[in-house]
Every structure is written in C-alpha cells, then in structure tokens.
Write a protein of this length. Sequence first.
Length: 59
Amino acid sequence: MCMEKLFWFRHNCKSGQYSTAKVHRSVKAEKLCENPKSAEDYRFYYDESLEGLVPEVIV
C-alpha cells in the first residue's frame, strides 16, 4: 500500500465541529479513465461543503 495524498483536517474545537463520518465522506476519488491502473488515473479531492473546515493537503 502506498499513500498518494494526505488530507489533514484541523477542527476549531477539541471535540470537532463535524462528525468523523462527515469528514471522511468529504474526501473523494474520481476515476479519470475507464480502466484505472494506478493512482495517476484518479483525481483525489475534498468536498468543500464543510464550512470552516479546510484541510492541509500533503502530497
């Protein structure tokens, strides 16, 4: 297994302003071709709908 991109979220409070499930569901992977064979065949991104929660993206 290889990590391709890391989304590091920092909440504005210790208990977090969003549930873990909502944060996990905000991270997306989109296929860029019909038969993906590597990580380059995907676009990794996050849904910006969680107001006030913007991740640091570590590549």
